[in-house]
Ligand binder design. Structure first.
Ligand SMILES: C[S@@+](CC[C@H](N)C(=O)[O-])C[C@H]1O[C@@H](n2cnc3c(N)ncnc32)[C@H](O)[C@@H]1O
Length: 287
């Protein structure tokens, strides 16, 4: 079913989440609740906001979406990457250098980091535009344009496989996890990161512009931890660790410029302590 986005709906949604957090006893006293109610009255009474245009949200495949996003991808401050990078880089730093595969490498953020750690790096991505930037960043790496569920690499040929911020774009986890298990050597490591399902409900579905000035959403599956665990076991992998880092302060504040203009306290409360990501450290058993 097509969704419909309206600026006022986004602001009221943030106010609503903030109020739900107070109902759950997580935060906020009587004054906080009264401020939210007063702010909702101001928002709904504002003529410009009420008259601002809503839009049907279209759909874009990841190939279409990242072709469009690639140019700006590295120059934008992405709050999800701000939250993800320290935890993933910490895990990667503990592993010995070897052959490393960055599946859905995008512009090669982790591929470049792994090359810096002394790994021989291979990157795979379905977007030619994202891959071109990855190649420029890590000229000594090998890069393939391919689907992460059928990668043109030999079985058991990698000591480490990384897949960051891409699994939500897949319709199911099973094919990706079994492909990662296939290409990892026995005893090798697999590190996955992705947006947390709760943050997909807080504006986390990736969107790009549409030709008519509207927006288009890329696929965003709502995987639960239990879905990951089932796919991990089905692929014959072992869990070393699972992390769910929460949102901290982000540059520019939470919820985007509109939320910062109209309801920054509600936006901060909506994101406060909510998991931003799910990060898995897996291993292929030695035998
Ligand atoms: C949000 S970007 C993340 C890029 C990089 N891993 C990072 O963390 O900076 C998602 C990437 O996944 C890629 N992608 C999505 N689905 C894919 C698939 N089925 N096969 C290969 N790449 C895919 C996209 O082209 C895009 O480059």
């Amino acid at each position: 079913m097509p969704s419909y986005a309206h600026p006022l709906a986004w602001l009221l949604a943030l106010e609503g989440v903030a109020l739900l957090r107070t109902q759950a006893g997580d935060l906020g006293d009587a004054a906080f609740v009264e401020q939210r109610i007063a702010e909702i009255r101001r928002l709904t009474a504002d003529r410009d906001l009420a008259l601002s245009a809503g839009a049907v949200v279209g759909r874009a495949t990841t190939v279409e979406g990242y072709a469009q996003w690639a140019d700006q991808y590295d120059s934008e401050v992405n709050p999800l990457i701000v939250a993800e990078e320290p935890r993933v880089q910490h895990i990667l730093s503990t592993l010995p250098p070897g052959r490393a595969l960055d599946a859905a490498c995008g512009t090669g953020r982790h591929a470049a980091f792994l090359a810096g750690l002394g790994h021989e790096v291979v990157g795979v991505d379905s977007s030619a535009e994202m891959l071109a930037l990855a190649k420029a960043k890590t000229p000594d790496g090998t890069f393939h344009q391919a689907d992460l569920r059928a990668m043109p690499v030999e079985p058991a040929s990698f000591d480490l496989v990384v897949c960051a911020l891409a699994l939500t774009h897949q319709p199911a986890l099973g094919p990706a996890l079994s492909e990662f298990a296939r290409v990892t050597r026995p005893g090798g490591h697999i590190v996955l990161s992705d947006i947390h399902v709760l943050s997909l409900y807080l504006g986390g579905v990736a969107k790009v512009g549409g030709q008519d000035g509207g927006v288009r959403a890329m696929p965003a599956s709502r995987f639960l931890a239990s879905d990951y665990i089932a796919a991990i076991h089905e692929a014959g992998l072992e869990i070393e660790a699972c992390h769910e880092p929460r949102w901290g302060e982000v540059p520019g504040g939470h919820g985007g410029p509109l939320a910062q203009q109209w309801c920054p306290e509600a936006a901060a409360a909506a994101y406060h302590d909510t998991p931003a990501l799910i990060i898995w450290h897996l291993r292929r058993p030695r035998k």
